[in-house]
Design a protein around this ligand. Structure first.
Ligand SMILES: [Zn+2]
Ligand SMILES: [Zn+2]
Length: 367
C-alpha cells in the first residue's frame, strides 16, 4: 500500500497539501455522509491511516526511507491509538494484510465508470423562439469533466509500487480456513502502477462548474412539455458518459398569435363596411406582414386559412395561419352617421332573425 496514493498526493507533497487532500477525502468518505456504505467506511479508515502517518514528520521520514515496507511493521507505527483489529462486519481480522486486502478491493471497485445524472432545468421561450426554433444560452451549474485529468480521474506519473498488493503482484484471500493468493486486479499482477489519482478531483474525474451552454431548440416545441438534450447533463464519474439535460418548456403568450396544434391563430377585427364590401388588409403573420383578402359579405366569426404560414417543422412542412374575423361596430355619435344608418336600414330587406320564425308577444311568458 502506498500512503501517498491513498491521499492522491505526490511523494514530495507539502504538509499543507497532505492536510488538504486528507480533509477533502475524509469529507467525502466520512461514515456520517455515507450511512450504511461499508466501502466508504473502509476507504475512510484507510485515508485516516495514511494521514496519521504522513502528517507526522518522524513517521513520514521512516515511511519514506522504506524502513517499513512490510505492512505489519507499518502497523506498529502508524496505527498508534487506532483500533483496526475489528472488521467492519464485526469479525476479527486475522492479519492487517487481510484487512487491507479487503479495503483495497473496495477501492478498486469504486473506480468503475459511472454515468452522469440527468440535469433538470426550466426554460422560458418567447412565442417566436418556440415557433421558429432558436439557439438559447442556458446557465447550468453541473458536474463537468475535470480539466487536469480530462475526466479520467487519474493521471500518469512515475512508476510506483502497486497500492493494492504492495508490489507483490498478488493478494491473499481467505475462504474459510483456506488461504490462497490471487493476481492483483489493480496492477494486473505486475506489482507497479504508473497511474495516480488526480489531485484536482480526488479521482472522481468531475468538478462542479457554472457555464452558459448553447442549446439548440427545434422549431415547434410546445408549452408544458419536456425537451431532452442528450449528453448535456452532469458529467459521468471516472470516465463514465454524461447524463441528459431535461428542459421543462414554458412558452410565453404572444400579443397577436396563439397556437392551435400546428396552426397559428390570429383575431382580425374588421369594420362593417370592410366586411360587407370586401377589401385587402395587411395583417401580422409569423413571417412578417401579409395581405389578407377579405371577401365581400364576410361574417363575424368566419374563419379563413392562409396556407403554410403557421408552425414550421424540421421536416419542412408547415401549419397554416388561421384568421378569425371579428366585426367591430363603429361608434355612431354624430347626427350625419345616424342619418346614414337609418337610411341604410330602410334599404335592408334581409330579415336577420328569420330563423326565429313568426313570433307574437301573446305567445310569450307573462311578466
Ligand atoms: Zn497490485
Ligand atoms: Zn481530475
Amino acid at each position: 500500500m502506498n500512503l501517498y496514493m491513498v491521499l492522491g498526493v505526490a511523494r514530495e507533497a507539502s504538509d499543507d497539501e497532505i492536510k488538504r487532500a486528507y480533509k477533502r477525502l475524509a469529507r467525502r468518505f466520512h461514515p456520517n455522509v455515507n450511512p450504511g456504505d461499508a466501502d466508504a467506511a473502509r476507504v475512510y479508515r484507510e485515508v485516516v491511516e495514511a494521514f496519521e502517518t504522513l502528517s507526522h514528520p518522524e513517521r513520514r521520514r521512516a515511511y519514506d526511507s522504506g524502513a517499513f515496507s512490510e505492512v505489519h511493521v507499518t502497523a506498529s507505527v502508524a496505527f498508534e491509538g487506532f483500533d483496526f483489529t475489528q472488521r467492519a462486519d464485526g469479525s476479527q481480522a486475522s492479519t492487517f494484510g487481510d484487512l487491507f486486502g479487503e479495503v483495497m478491493h473496495a477501492r478498486v471497485r469504486r473506480q468503475e465508470p459511472e454515468r452522469g445524472a440527468d440535469l433538470h432545468e426550466r426554460l422560458a421561450l418567447s412565442f417566436e423562439q418556440a415557433m421558429r426554433g432558436a439557439t438559447v444560452g442556458i446557465r447550468l451549474t453541473r458536474l463537468e469533466p475535470c480539466g487536469p485529468c480530462a475526466g479520467r480521474g487519474a493521471v500518469a506519473g512515475p512508476e510506483v509500487r502497486c497500492y493494492a498488493c504492495d508490489g507483490a503482484g498478488h493478494v491473499r484471500g481467505t475462504r474459510g480456513h483456506m488461504v490462497f493468493a490471487r493476481a492483483c486486479s489493480a496492477c494486473g499482477g505486475g506489482g507497479t502502477l504508473r497511474v495516480h489519482v488526480c489531485q484536482a478531483c480526488g479521482g472522481e474525474g468531475v468538478g462542479v462548474r457554472a457555464d452558459i451552454v448553447p442549446v439548440d431548440i427545434p422549431p415547434g416545441v410546445r408549452d408544458a412539455t419536456e425537451l431532452t438534450v442528450p449528453g448535456q447533463g452532469h458529467a459521468g464519474r471516472r470516465g463514465g458518459g454524461p447524463g441528459d439535460l431535461r428542459l421543462a418548456i414554458h412558452v410565453e403568450s404572444h400579443r397577436f398569435f396563439r397556437r392551435d396544434g400546428d396552426d397559428v391563430v390570429i383575431d382580425v377585427p374588421l369594420a362593417v363596411h370592410e366586411a360587407a364590401l370586401g377589401t385587402r388588409v395587411p395583417i401580422p403573420s409569423p413571417d412578417g406582414p401579409v395581405v389578407f383578402r377579405v371577401p365581400p359579405g364576410t361574417q363575424s366569426g368566419q374563419r379563413f386559412r392562409v396556407r403554410e404560414r403557421g408552425i414550421r417543422f424540421r421536416h419542412g412542412q408547415r401549419g397554416d395561419l388561421v384568421v378569425d374575423v371579428r366585426i367591430v361596430l363603429p361608434s355612431v355619435i354624430d347626427e350625419r352617421s345616424k342619418e346614414l344608418l337609418r337610411e341604410f336600414g330602410t334599404l335592408q330587406t334581409d330579415n336577420v332573425r328569420a330563423h326565429f320564425g313568426e313570433l307574437t308577444l301573446e305567445n310569450g311568458p307573462r311578466p
